[in-house]
Design a protein around this ligand. Sequence first.
Ligand code: NAD
Length: 437
Amino acid sequence: MCDRNLPKGSDLVATEDRNPYDIVRRQLREATEQLNLPPSVYEILKQPLRFIEVSIPVQMDSGELRVFTGFRSQHNDVLGPTKGGIRFHPDVTPDEVKALSMWMTIKCALLGLPFGGGKGGIICNPKELSRRELEGLSRGFIAALAQVVGPDKDVPAPDVYTTPQVMAWMMDEFSKTLSRNQFGLITGKPIVLGGSRGRSEATGRGCVETVLAAAKKLNMPIDGARVVVQGFGNAGSVAASLLRGHGAKIIAVSDSKGGIYNEHGLDPLAVLSYKEQHGTVVGFPGTETITNEELLALECEVLVPAALENQIHADNAHKIRAKIVAEAANGPTTPDAEQILFENGVFVIPDVLANAGGVTVSYFEWVQNLYNWYWSEEEVNHQLGLKMNQAFEEVYAMREKHNCTMRRAAYMVAVARLAEAMRLRGWLERNTAVWRS
Ligand code: NAD
């Protein structure tokens, strides 16, 4: 059995802790301990190797000069350049950016991608910025980081409220700094500027690959399985459509305004077009309106949390009646909730596996940029399927060996790979002299 006790340590707390930085450190520490790795592995992994704060002056439309604060966390590059999105949000914090970069390290190592984990963020409310101000902010941020990003150093991507257009501005600004095109700087670009086909569906598609693999292990037919999706956005709506294509019945979906339920099943494409017209799924004809809490408690075979962090916590985990929880979102389940789900026999496909399709196709985009050779969507989807299934099987085998949660198993697969790479590069013996790109 996995040791699910809280680790000892002054940096970790004993009550339910929802700070993502504490949570990821705890997850890493438990995995290194269970693998019996030297303490130096956790000492290196427990914080980013580089964390940068930058000030970005932007001339606003009013003529006033405003200085924004941005962060970039480069957690660990032992396996390759760091990789991870940039978030524009008023609530961005250093802890959140650090945690997200650490999850990226785990995801990339788990999927066997030649990348480490990175993440960035700017404290701003993009909804209040004009297009010109947004462009100034995007260009200013990448210019401030120009010395430490690049195709072989750190490769950003979109995240919350950043778009292919933002990526295009950043790539353009960086290319100007170097006086040559640098499409491989950043992923999630528009297709005409070297973006990859299949990228926008990749997270939902990768998630569905893991659901199909889990259902097979559990001898559970997907044809007719009841599916509930919390967060009907990019990842959630794609997952719902693809699962329906496999014969599943999408009985409920939700967004930030609430949820809709129909026991006979919904057509995700019709819900999507309703959402585009009305700004929400709520009110879709022929459905009952439910709250997000009610949605999580529905009896179903597959629950896909695809919205935000900490949605399944110690207070509602005992109400979950799904057989499989596939975490399309980052960090939707707290560690205490996961313990409850584990005891109740719920099969959780952890975020670092279930939503890794996004970074996997970002990797394919980077490869295509470096080779200047572009793949068909079929090729992208085929390669994605191979990567997702291979990672799923490795995690499942580790889970069987240690009789632990899929999350612990995923961390163990990833941390073992990272530790081996650090050992071979000599980082564990003289970890004060870690090389930085
Ligand atoms: P998105 O903005 O397209 O969709 C998010 C959806 O969640 C929206 O429909 C929003 O209304 C809904 N939502 C917000 N608050 C909610 C709440 N309290 N209850 C229910 N629904 C709520 O975002 P996305 O790209 O689909 O990302 C969703 C999650 O997946 C995030 O956690 C993100 O970090 C994770 N993720 C996304 C990708 C990707 O490539 N898109 C990759 C990895 C992880």
